[in-house]
Design a protein around this ligand. Structure first.
Ligand code: UFG
Length: 342
């Protein structure tokens, strides 16, 4: 029996492949390599000394999905595949709705056809409405403000309806806070195309000399130092959360949401300083205007995941910075510098 991981060649997907393989699962990956690299999977195999079978397919393609389910005995699915850039989603909403929703609907249909009813879905803290107080708990008001976030929210709603109507299904909705860091080996990490949108890859590209300076988006928020505060979580901790969520999904029925965060907020300037302290590198910065849509402070109450899934984040900000830097300095252009990259 195998676990199908859609988007398994991406940042969180590749780290989850490592942890699932280490936990003893067989892993099949479906990925169209649109925003990911085949080299990541080669390195997953190097880290784990185990094989990963890749289907280079689009998850919107039901025929291709049927081939995977016909050729393999799939027990359950972890669904990562999807577009994820907030800014791009505002400019090209239909691209996001078409891809993220149709891929999920196709996947559910084919899972139903093959009687596979256990799913772990890659959701996001972005599904929470902006006027909640922090820390965020799973029962708080939902309401995304950009098309990317809305695709996550709509998919959550679809999966809740699916489980309500089909009590033999089990779905874990994992609401990630801000995943950063990289595998300790320095072999896999985040490899964004073009100029990074997110803070940590931006900081590490300044440190490695690819970008000149960090733009700090606003210093007049109501936080410790005026800069935005987020709940950064090590991607390896996050990946381990998927292993626990899969164990839960294989044993239960129904649909439930879980915050995967640390429960602690770190500001932009605190993360910059932690990175410089952990790496000895300089990260020059300027204060820039606020970025549209940003909140002052976002962090999780992760107690439900601890209680129900028996999962808790273990790595701290220093680990996140050191591991990001090991990956960045060994792979200054991400997977692009590898001859086997795609
Ligand atoms: N920031 C900067 N400069 C940058 C980039 C970011 O100052 O160059 C600041 C932001 O203003 C924010 C913080 O750093 O205060 C974190 O920003 P990120 O873009 O790294 O992360 P976000 O919290 O905005 O968004 C992330 C993911 C989304 C997800 C969301 C969930 O990118 O996909 O978390 O809360 F939806």
């Amino acid at each position: 029996m195998s676990i199908l991981i859609t988007g398994g060649a991406g940042f969180i997907g590749s780290h989850t492949c490592v942890e699932m393989l280490t936990a003893g699962y067989d892993v099949i990956v479906a990925d169209n390599l649109y925003n990911s690299s085949i080299e990541a999977l080669r390195r997953v195999e190097e880290i784990t000394n185990k094989k990963v079978k890749l289907y280079e397919v689009d998850v919107c393609d039901k025929y291709a999905l049927r081939t995977i389910f016909t050729e393999n005995s799939i027990e359950a699915v972890i669904h990562f595949a999807g577009y994820k850039a907030v800014g791009e989603s505002v400019e090209k909403p239909m691209m996001y709705y078409n891809n993220n929703l149709i891929s999920t609907l196709s996947l559910i249909d084919v899972m139903n056809e093959f009687n596979v009813k256990n799913l772990v879905f890659s959701s996001s803290a972005t599904v929470y409405a902006g006027d909640n107080s922090v820390p965020l708990t799973e029962d708080m008001k939902l309401g995304a403000i950009n098309p990317y976030g809305k695709t996550k929210l709509f998919i959550e709603e679809i999966l809740r309806d699916l489980c309500a109507a089909n009590p033999d299904w089990c779905v874990a909705l994992l609401r990630y806070f801000n995943p950063i860091g990289a595998h300790k080996s320095g072999l896999i990490g985040e490899s964004p195309k073009g100029i990074p949108n997110n803070l940590m890859p931006y900081i590490s590209q300044v440190a490695v000399g690819k970008l000149k300076r960090l733009n700090v988006f606003g210093d007049d928020y109501e936080t410790r130092d005026g800069t935005g505060s987020r709940d950064y979580i090590h991607v390896v901790d996050l990946a381990k959360g998927h292993v626990k969520a899969m164990a839960w999904a294989l044993k239960n029925t129904g649909c439930d949401a879980f915050n995967l965060g640390t429960g602690t907020g770190t500001t932009v300037l605190e993360l910059r300083k932690a990175f410089m302290d952990a790496t000895g590198m300089d990260v020059p910065y300027v204060i820039a205007p606020r970025r549209a849509g940003d909140l002052a402070e976002v962090y999780a109450l992760p107690d439900k995941a601890e209680k129900v899934l028996n999962w808790k984040a273990e790595l701290n900000i220093q680990d996140m910075c050191e591991d990001t830097w090991r990956w960045q300095k060994n792979n200054p252009s991400g997977y692009e510098c590898s001859s086997k990259s795609k």
